[in-house]
Design a protein around this ligand. Structure first.
Ligand code: URA
Length: 422
């Protein structure tokens, strides 16, 4: 078999055989298929798609490219959540300790932000001392002591995906449902969780801009998980406006701690509790009401154990950006629009995100929201606070926000927070 034959088959709209997929993923992982050949194949897949059987074979081949973790030594079921990425999406931070406090183990391998969407590891790294890289035995120790662990995937887990994702990122081939579904699910299945809840974001700040595209991605991923023996469900949730009132690494940690203390913004609390219920149901764990557990302090206790077990100091002061700039309401009325993509792009330009994988992030940078769409505002009242380490960053952030908000008479039609369940 050779790479050109496989590329031609997909380029001409054909269906790849199981043998072709197994061969090309294995050869690519070992360096026998060149990056330019794999990029051409990714583009052919983006343009011509893959059917369910091809996507399942592709996912299994990527899982086999590395190790598969096993948590069967644990005495309770495991449950995980994966979000397809959004703006202000800090839900993992309160959710993982909450589900642990309700009786399931949460072994979560997480990622870093790229572009305008934030990454869970960047957020947690704003806590002084906290370590994202753990060995498998350290992961097990943290799980046993805290009930939840959130860390980086090691190089041994789905290495084919790691190589392929880096190519897709620079060849315009990220936005393909077969490639996104197989990329996410190969890592989640290899991670070894017994059940999985997918939070598929919909709207301007998400990969999937419409509910129908999100539903197709969700159905594809649920089928892949179910076929691999992982109890998998998906929620489609709103990402037309930011989640919560904080966007940016340390700012989002602060907001998550408020939620764990029984407060925090209503949308963050509602989604955290809903996802916790789904995870516990999928894991077959009953008896505790996540809404009550958020209030009684036990989720906060699990958070403190989880952060401490990974070297972090849950009581440490979080980094703050040196400079702030307030954006005021231009007139009185209803805040009709506060666009997720515009706010995400502004936070990215303020330094909260990175342009290239190797860039550092500014932990204190980001955007604080003083009003949410639908709120009444008065002319001159603060709408947003921008946080950055240098004032030079404000100009381009303000450009990003130019068409991102509006004050008027009628409220924008907002997506419901939870749009659908697959
Ligand atoms: N996240 C992933 O892990 N892979 C993708 O392809 C897209 C988002």
């Amino acid at each position: 078999m050779d790479a050109i034959e496989v590329i031609r088959a997909k380029r001409d709209g054909g269906e790849l055989t199981t043998a072709q997929i197994d061969w090309v993923i294995d050869a690519f992982t070992r360096g026998g298929v060149a990056d330019e050949q794999m990029s051409a194949l990714a583009m052919a897949v983006l343009l011509n798609g893959m059917n369910r059987r091809e996507i399942a074979d592709w996912t299994q081949a990527m899982i086999r490219s590395g190790e598969r973790m096993d948590w069967s030594a644990l005495d309770r079921p495991t449950a995980d959540k994966h979000s397809t990425g959004g703006v202000g999406d800090k839900i993992t931070l309160p959710l993982a300790p909450l589900v642990a406090a309700c009786g399931a183990y949460v072994p979560q391998l997480s990622g870093r932000g790229l572009g305008h969407t934030g990454g869970t590891l960047d957020k947690l790294e704003s806590i002084p001392g906290w370590r994202a890289s753990l060995s498998n035995s350290e992961m097990l120790d943290v799980l046993r002591s805290a009930g939840a662990v959130v860390c980086a995937a090691g190089s041994g887990l789905a290495p084919a995906d790691k190589k392929l994702y880096a190519l897709r990122d620079v060849t315009g081939t990220v936005e393909s449902i077969p490639l996104i579904a197989s990329s996410i699910m190969s890592k989640k299945i290899a991670e070894g969780t017994g059940s999985l809840v997918l939070d598929v974001k919909v709207g301007s700040g998400a990969f999937m801009k419409t509910p129908s595209a999100a539903r197709e991605l969700a159905e594809t991923m649920v089928a892949l998980g179910t076929d691999a023996g992982v109890r998998t469900v998906a929620l489609l949730t709103a990402m037309d406006r930011p989640l919560g009132r904080a966007v940016g690494n340390a700012l989002e940690v602060e907001e998550s701690v408020e939620v764990l203390a029984g407060g925090g913004p209503a949308d963050v609390v509602e989604l955290t509790v809903r996802l916790a219920k789904e995870m516990l149901e999928a894991a077959g764990v009953s008896g505790k009401d996540p809404a009550k557990v958020l209030q009684d302090g036990s989720a906060m206790d699990a958070w403190r154990r989880m952060i401490t077990a990974q070297g972090g100091d849950p009581d440490a002061l979080l980094p703050r950006a040196a400079e702030t700039l307030t954006v005021e309401a231009p007139s009185s009325g209803v805040l009709t629009r506060l666009d997720a993509y515009a706010v995400g792009l502004a936070a990215w330009r303020l330094g909260a995100g990175r342009a290239r994988k190797e860039d550092p992030v500014s932990f204190g940078a980001g955007v604080t929201l003083h009003a949410k769409p639908g709120d009444l505002v008065r002319e001159g009242q603060p709408l947003l606070t921008l946080h950055a380490d240098e004032t030079a960053r404000f100009e381009r952030a303000l450009e990003a926000l130019e068409d991102g908000y509006a004050v008027g008479e009628a409220g924008q039609e907002l997506l419901p927070l939870v749009i659908d369940r697959v």
